[in-house]
Write a protein that binds this ligand. Structure first.
Ligand code: IMP
Ligand code: MG
Length: 181
């Protein structure tokens, strides 16, 4: 049987979100910031983060094709939902759920820069630096979790568990099936 184990509690997440929001607010004070959330995984983190910022921002969303139902990276990335705003000459903060191999964020950085943004910085809810294959600059890291497949607080496995308020590691049994209950 598989199970899920709590890795980061609601209160630990909230504490780190507040700290990182303070840093971002200082770094971008006096500037006009466009916050771009990467759907779907970043939606809970993004909602908490923007409510802790003390600078005005405008929001947009972007979506790429990612893991699907698998627990390993597909390796191919495509744009599912483009951003709706004109980012030409603007400062963009890309808010992503997890930077793992780095492939997704590399794709998104290149894409937004190709649209003429003045700057693009990455804010990751979780950094998994051990599995990095593509070098990417991650300016703001909320939490570092070295290993394990994580769900909750927006993160899914086959579209499930996004609603959990904490971050859990999904433990898979030998058959490859998950029985998280
Ligand atoms: P990368 O392209 O390998 O950096 O993969 C990043 C994407 O893979 C993230 O946006 C997540 O959607 C997904 N991902 C990576 N690790 C996990 C995990 O532990 N749980 C859920 N999704 C994950
Ligand atoms: Mg994702």
């Amino acid at each position: 049987m598989g199970s899920r184990v709590l890795r980061v509690s609601e209160s630990e997440i909230a504490e780190r979100v507040s700290e990182i929001a303070k840093t971002i607010s200082l770094d971008y004070r006096g500037r006009e910031l466009i916050v771009v959330g990467v759907l779907k995984g970043a939606f809970v983190f993004l909602a908490d983060l923007v409510r802790k910022l003390t600078i005005p921002v405008v929001l947009d969303f972007i979506q790429v094709a990612s893991y699907g139902a698998s627990m390993t990276s597909s390796g191919t990335i495509s744009l599912k939902l483009p951003i709706s705003m004109d980012v030409k000459g603007k400062d963009v903060l890309l808010v992503e759920d997890i930077v793992d191999t780095g492939g997704t964020i590399r794709f998104l950085l290149d894409h937004i820069l190709s649209l003429g943004a003045a700057s693009v910085a990455v804010c990751a809810m979780i950094d998994k630096p051990e599995r990095r294959k593509v070098e990417v600059p991650v300016r703001y890291v909320c939490l570092r979790v070295p290993e394990g497949f994580l769900v909750g607080y927006g993160l899914d496995h086959a579209e499930r568990y996004r609603e959990l308020p904490g971050i859990y590691e999904l433990i898979t049994d030998a058959s490859g099936e998950n029985h998280p209950e």
